[in-house]
Ligand binder design. Structure first.
Ligand code: KG4
Ligand code: ZN
Length: 340
């Protein structure tokens, strides 16, 4: 029986959660910095770090209260060790290590993307291993084969912008606030299908890699060529979303074909996109496969996925009791395979 406190602070969300190895997720809470970074059109790292400092302890207190637990009940502390913004990561890492030292419990440095990869296991029904994961966040676009906890094989990834970045940059060109993925998707609802057709880079490249930087340029060109009235903005948003979703869905489908697996798990913030969800469910359902999505609140960054990944790792490898911490702002998920 283990109670794990999870701390996520890799970017612009402070996420805290308590996961119990037998009772599951006991409580979780999140503070989003979206309003703080909004006026700058993107995340300002120094402001992000300071805001994590402000919120991390009050949020830990609130999670303890929600779960009816006290710090003395905690058996281990999992924190996001990377990848992410170094200052922001250091806040979570130092709080985790200081608390762990005081409580005499181990720490577990979790890979942020492993958190996303395993987050669908928090939902019911959960997929069984092996499955293909489509990881689509603001910083990453990857297709992974997941054979078990800690057994990940990269099948393909974006050679330039991430899918979330493509959404956010297109949204910015259309005058939407940051991060614009969800706003662009909303605007696209009133768009005219087929008025604009945007390129689908690498759609037929034969591999499972992606490229999205050309899309941003194509959106820029459209915004320069047309008067941006509300309808035109919606039409461009529609075309941009169609192009991104088309590429993601096509590649995800061919990943299932290439691996011979029939379960797809979608993780990361872009996994909240409704068109992507319906397109994947439809095409994969047709070939007899099944798609799993984490609950919406676990799609974007959150503490629950870090506490959960920490709990899984605690079952597989010994945790650290040295309290000497380092963060890994750049950290390749392939370095993580820890079982065979
Ligand atoms: O996983 P996440 O919360 O943070 C990262 O680790 O990057 O993903 C954030 C990304 C942002 O780019 C955001 O615009 C995008 O997910 N996103 C969406 C939607 N909701 C969030 N993109 C498209 N449609 C949405 N509904
Ligand atoms: Zn993330």
């Amino acid at each position: 029986m283990k109670l794990i406190l999870g701390i996520e602070s890799s970017c612009d969300e402070t996420g805290i959660a308590l996961y119990h190895s037998e009772r599951g997720l006991l409580a979780h809470t999140l503070h989003s910095q979206i309003a703080l970074h909004n006026e700058y059109g993107g995340v300002v790292p120094e402001l992000a770090s300071r805001d994590h400092v402000r919120y991390v302890l009050p949020l830990i207190r609130s999670v303890m209260q929600k779960a009816g637990c006290s710090l003395a009940d905690v058996d281990a502390i999992a924190y996001t060790q990377g990848p992410g913004l170094s200052g922001a990561l250091l806040v979570g890492a130092s709080v985790a290590s200081a608390l762990a030292y005081t409580l005499d419990v181990p720490t577990i440095g979790v890979h942020h993307l492993e958190g996303h990869l395993l987050s669908p296991l928090l939902s019911d029904p959960a997929p069984a291993f092996p499955f293909v994961a489509l990881l689509v966040s603001g910083g990453h676009t990857q297709l992974m084969r997941v054979d078990g906890v800690g057994r990940y094989t990269l099948l393909g990834e974006s050679v330039d912008d991430a899918a979330g970045e493509a959404f956010d940059k297109s949204a910015k060109l259309l005058g939407l606030d940051y991060p614009g993925g969800a706003l662009l998707s909303k605007l696209a609802q009133s768009g005219t299908p087929g008025r604009f057709k945007l390129p689908r880079p690498m759609l037929h490249s034969g591999d499972l890699d992606f490229s999205f930087s050309g899309l941003k340029t194509a959106v820029l060109t459209l915004t320069q060529q047309h008067v941006l009235d509300d309808q035109t903005r919606a039409d461009i948003a529609h075309a941009a979303q169609e192009a991104i979703v088309d590429v993601l869905a096509t590649k995800a489908l061919s990943a299932l074909g290439k691996t011979g697996l029939d379960q797809l798990v979608v993780a990361g913030g872009v996994g909240a996109n409704r068109l992507l969800r319906s397109r994947l469910s439809e095409t994969i359902g047709k070939r007899g496969g099944r798609v799993f999505y984490p609950d919406l609140e676990f799609c974007t960054d959150n503490g629950a996925m870090i506490a959960f990944a920490g709990a899984m790792r605690l079952q597989q490898q010994s945790a650290q009791r040295l309290y000497r911490f380092n963060v890994k702002p750049r950290w390749d998920l392939r370095e993580l395979n820890y079982t065979d």
